[in-house]
Structure formats: structure tokens, C-alpha cells
Design a protein around this ligand. Structure first.
Ligand SMILES: Cc1cc2nc3c(=O)[nH]c(=O)nc-3n(C[C@H](O)[C@H](O)[C@H](O)COP(=O)(O)OP(=O)(O)OC[C@H]3O[C@@H](n4cnc5c(N)ncnc54)[C@H](O)[C@@H]3O)c2cc1C
Length: 483
């Protein structure tokens, strides 16, 4: 494929996008005047290909019918993104996937989530983490990664498009689907799995009984239970599944008015409201990515990372826990990104040495630290799900907020000294981190912003080990851990 790349003003880019077949698009807002990089498909004569030319965007995936004729059955535990994509991939190769999922189908799950958002309590088996599509269904649906281990990203995008995502996911560097669009895409994936002869069983838990059965028979099983299934981790660890403690990150969510972030990131500090709106209509609401290194004490040799994570322009903060008496927040946004708020996780990297006091728990030490922080946050909020919060400037200056700004978090927030009760390794690192961010972007450090606790599930503190060549668990070779 030949392509030509252009660096354009937002207006020029919009015109080109309407006219030609775009194969890559990214916005660079680092300069005073943001610009757009567009790569356009060219034909063999070097001519730009029109947008509506009958050129296929990619080869659609083919899934085999495995009703009767198949290469064997594979059990998949968990119907999050990992489980869903594993099921579809098995269908491509002619295996029959049998998916079991502890939560409910999306339609029923939506009702449980609505109750959660009205602060009427948490269903521990049906929430933002558990149910059809896993944590992915009501996630933000940002489809990009800072990780170096990217895997088959383009194929993932093609499958998302095949199952209903807009064409933009095929070429947008920072592709985004949105929480309102994801459910129908997930349903389409489920329908295809069933149409092809796979099975999907909701409200079905991998418990000790089923685990024993699979273990005895050595049934090939893909374990895709995500990082919130603490009960499952504990059961498997007791049964000798090889796991190791790993580094992870925890912190808070911070929320600003979106207009403040738009002005900041698009260099429109003193621009008129119309100018900001015009820029946003061309480029979308601004996001940010912040990172700094801090020290535990002035004399410390080592530094630790404090960074923004899962930034959601025009989004909402949501209650993302799966256990009672705990408070966990995360962020999402709809496809239009049209809420007046910009939220982002701001997290601190932690290493196993930071949770050495839980070492008697073995590989599950980090899990225990995570749970303790979530219970602590709940004790400073109000049950069932009102979250503790503090104005950003009060967090940095170390004082209780006399009042709180408006916030997108539906169950509600209550004023609390997060700066005081967060473990020092997190609280003090965050304070230094926010000061650094404020030095780079003074308007970021504002009393209009609010810090909400706690963002504790951005990554898992434990890894279910797998052999690097066979992808099997070294302790249970019939088990394929995935995520
Ligand atoms: C609000 C929110 C926003 C997010 N935004 C983004 C984003 O924009 N971009 C991004 O890349 N990521 C985002 N994430 C993270 C993303 O959703 C997860 O990384 C992803 O869902 C992990 O996929 P997974 O399949 O490994 O696990 P999960 O999605 O956690 O799925 C695991 C599934 O296993 C089931 N399960 C667990 N235990 C058992 C058991 N014992 N028996 C049967 N079933 C079981 C669970 O019910 C669940 O459905 C977001 C997450 C949240 C909560």
C-alpha cells in the first residue's frame, strides 16, 4: 500500500478527511498552533484515493461453523476483552469455545449499574467489572496503549470495526469507541460466537467444584478472569497455580472542567469562548498525558513514577469496585465525549518492596494492600458508594476542603483529607507529582479541580505466570492464563 503523509491545519485536515481515504490520523498539540498529521492512501500512479473508492479497508475475519465439526472444545473463563477475542480466534481455527461468565448479559447488567450510580448499592456479581464484556463493556474504549508489548493491534481494530465500531478506529492514532457504543459491539461478538456454534453461559462461576473438574480432566482452559476477581486469584493460589507478585500502580482520579483542559492543551488561555469551541469542533476535546519522577525523601537514590492514566476528556468518574465496603473509582466517556468534565487517573508506581509488610501473603501481598486501601477509602467516604474527595489545591496544600466543586461522579462525593490518610508512599508522591505538573502547566493546579479516591485498579499486583513459548501455566499445563 502506498500512502502520502501531510501535516495540515485542523481546517485543511477536515477537508482532506471528507475527500480522501485516510489511513492514519494524529493530532499534535504540542506547538502553539496544533496541527494534524494525515496519511492518505495512493493508487499505483501516486494519485490520492477518493474516500468512497471501492477499495476494501481490510480483509474481513472469517469464523468457522463448529456446531458439529470441530477440532475440540476449549473452556474460556471470563467474557472480558481477552475471553471474547480468544473465543473468536478459536472459531477462526475451528475450535469450539465454551465461555463461562460469572456476571449477567449486558441488558441486565445495565440495570445493576444504574442502581449503583443512584447509590443504591453494589451487586458483587454484576457491576462495572463483572458481566458480559467484562470491564471492557462500560470502559472508555480508548484503543491505544503506551505499552511496548502491543501485539496485533491492527487486527484488534479491524475486528472492532467488523463488529460495529466506526471506520475511525482503523486509522485514528488515539482511537476511541465510547461507553455508549461498546455494548452493541460486544453483543454482536457474542451473537457471532453463538451463531458459529460456540457456547456462552452467564451467571456461571469458576468455583472450586468446577476448578476440580477441569483440573481432573485436564480440559484446555483459557483463564481470562481479569484483575478484579480477587476471590478467584485466592482460590487458584491455594490450589498451587503458579503466580508472582509484580509492580503495579495506585492513586486517585482528578477531575477538571473540560474547558480548562481545552484552553490549556490547545494553547488558548486567553482566547474567546467561540475560538475554543471552534478548535474543539475540529480537533475534539483535548486530553493530556503527564508523567514525572519523584523521590520518597530528598536523600533517596531511587525515583518513582507518578503519571496520568486513562485520561477521559468529556467523561465521567464511575464507581468501579466489585466488593462491598470498598471504594474504587475509574473513568469513562461516551463516544461524543460531551460531558463538561475531564478526568484522569493519577497513579504512583509501586514495587513489591513497597508492600513487603504483606509478605506473609506471598504473591498476593499487593492484592492485600490494594484491598486495604479500597476499604480505607470507603471508610472516609459514605457507604455504599459516596467517594472521599478534596479540591486539588487543598490536597497539595494539606487542608480539608470547606466545599467541593461540581463533579461527574454520580453516587456523590464527600470532603475528606485524602492527603492525610493515603499511605505516604502514595499521598506524598502524588503531592510532589501534582506540584511538578503545576510547574509545567500552572493552570492545571487549580481549586476548580477535585481529587477523588481511590484509583486502585489500573493494573494488577499479581501475575498468573505462563510459559513464554507455550503460553501455558507452568504449574497447570492445561491452563492458558490470558488478559
Ligand atoms: C471504567 C473503566 C474504563 C476503562 N477504560 C479503558 C480504556 O479506555 N481503554 C483500555 O484499554 N482499557 C480501559 N479499561 C480497562 C479495561 O477494561 C481492562 O483492561 C480490560 O477489560 C481487561 O480485559 P480482561 O478480559 O483481561 O478482563 P476483564 O475485562 O476484567 O474480564 C474478566 C471477566 O471475567 C469474569 N470472571 C472473573 N472471575 C470469574 C470466575 N471465577 N468465573 C467466571 N467468570 C469470571 C468477570 O466477570 C469479567 O467479565 C477501563 C476499565 C474500566 C473499569
Amino acid at each position: 500500500m502506498i500512502e502520502e503523509t501531510f501535516i495540515l491545519t485542523p481546517e485543511q485536515a477536515q477537508e482532506m478527511e471528507r475527500t480522501y481515504r485516510v489511513v492514519r490520523r494524529s493530532v499534535d498539540a504540542r506547538q502553539r498552533r496544533p496541527h494534524v498529521m494525515l496519511s492518505i492512501l495512493c493508487d499505483e500512479h501516486g494519485q490520492l484515493v477518493p474516500r468512497d473508492a471501492p477499495v476494501p479497508l481490510y480483509e474481513p475475519p472469517r469464523f468457522q461453523d463448529v456446531h458439529s465439526d470441530n477440532k475440540g472444545e476449549v473452556v474460556i473463563v471470563g467474557m472480558g476483552p481477552a475471553g471474547l477475542f480468544a473465543a473468536l480466534r478459536l472459531l477462526q481455527d475451528g475450535y469450539k469455545p465454551i465461555v463461562i461468565e460469572r456476571g449477567k448479559p449486558i441488558s441486565e447488567r445495565k440495570q445493576d449499574i444504574a442502581r449503583l450510580n443512584r447509590n443504591e448499592g453494589l451487586n458483587t456479581e454484576s457491576n462495572y467489572c463483572f458481566g458480559e464484556g467484562g470491564a471492557g463493556t462500560f470502559s472508555d474504549g480508548k484503543l491505544f496503549s503506551r505499552s511496548k508489548k502491543k501485539g496485533a493491534m491492527q487486527r484488534v481494530m479491524e475486528w472492532f470495526h467488523h463488529f460495529g465500531a466506526s471506520e475511525q478506529v482503523l486509522y485514528e492514532t488515539h482511537a476511541h469507541i465510547g461507553s455508549d457504543r461498546l455494548p452493541s459491539i460486544i453483543r454482536n461478538m457474542r451473537d457471532r460466537i453463538i451463531d458459529c456454534g460456540g457456547e456462552v453461559h452467564f451467571s456461571t462461576l469458576l468455583d472450586s467444584g468446577l476448578w476440580r473438574e477441569l483440573n481432573t480432566k485436564g480440559t484446555p482452559t483459557i483463564l481470562a478472569t481479569g484483575h478484579s476477581a480477587h476471590d478467584t486469584y485466592r482460590m487458584l493460589y491455594r490450589d498451587g497455580v503458579q503466580m508472582s507478585a509484580k509492580g503495579f500502580a495506585m492513586g486517585v482520579r482528578v477531575e477538571h472542567p473540560q474547558i480548562l483542559i481545552d484552553r490549556l492543551m490547545y494553547h488558548l488561555r486567553d482566547a474567546s469562548q467561540e475560538e475554543v469551541e471552534r478548535t474543539v469542533s475540529l480537533l475534539g476535546h483535548a486530553s493530556y498525558s503527564l508523567v514525572t519522577q519523584v523521590k520518597d525523601s530528598p536523600s533517596a537514590q531511587e525515583t518513582r513514577g507518578v503519571y496520568s492514566f486513562c485520561m477521559c476528556p468529556g467523561g465521567h468518574i464511575v464507581p468501579a469496585g466489585s466488593e462491598l465496603n470498598s471504594c474504587v473509582v475509574n473513568g469513562m466517556s461516551n463516544s461524543q465525549r460531551n460531558s463538561p468534565y475531564a478526568n484522569s487517573g493519577i497513579v504512583v508506581s509501586l514495587q513489591p518492596a513497597d508492600y513487603a509488610s504483606y509478605s506473609k501473603e506471598g504473591a498476593l501481598g499487593g492484592l492485600c494492600m490494594q484491598e486495604e486501601l479500597e476499604r480505607l477509602a470507603a471508610s472516609h467516604g459514605r457507604l455504599p458508594n459516596v467517594a472521599p474527595a478534596q479540591r486539588l489545591t487543598d490536597f497539595v496544600d494539606g487542608r480539608l476542603s470547606a466545599d467541593l466543586p461540581p463533579c461527574s461522579y454520580l453516587p456523590g462525593i464527600v470532603s475528606s483529607r485524602l492527603d492525610e490518610w493515603l499511605p505516604p508512599v502514595i499521598g506524598q508522591s502524588l503531592r510532589q507529582g501534582f506540584r511538578d505538573f503545576g510547574r509545567k502547566y500552572p493552570d492545571y493546579l487549580t481549586r476548580e479541580a477535585v481529587v477523588v479516591g481511590v484509583e486502585s485498579r489500573s493494573s494488577s499486583p499479581v501475575r498468573i505466570d505462563r510459559d513464554r513459548t507455550t503460553w501455558r501455566s507452568p504449574s497447570h499445563p492445561w491452563l492458558y492464563p490470558a488478559g
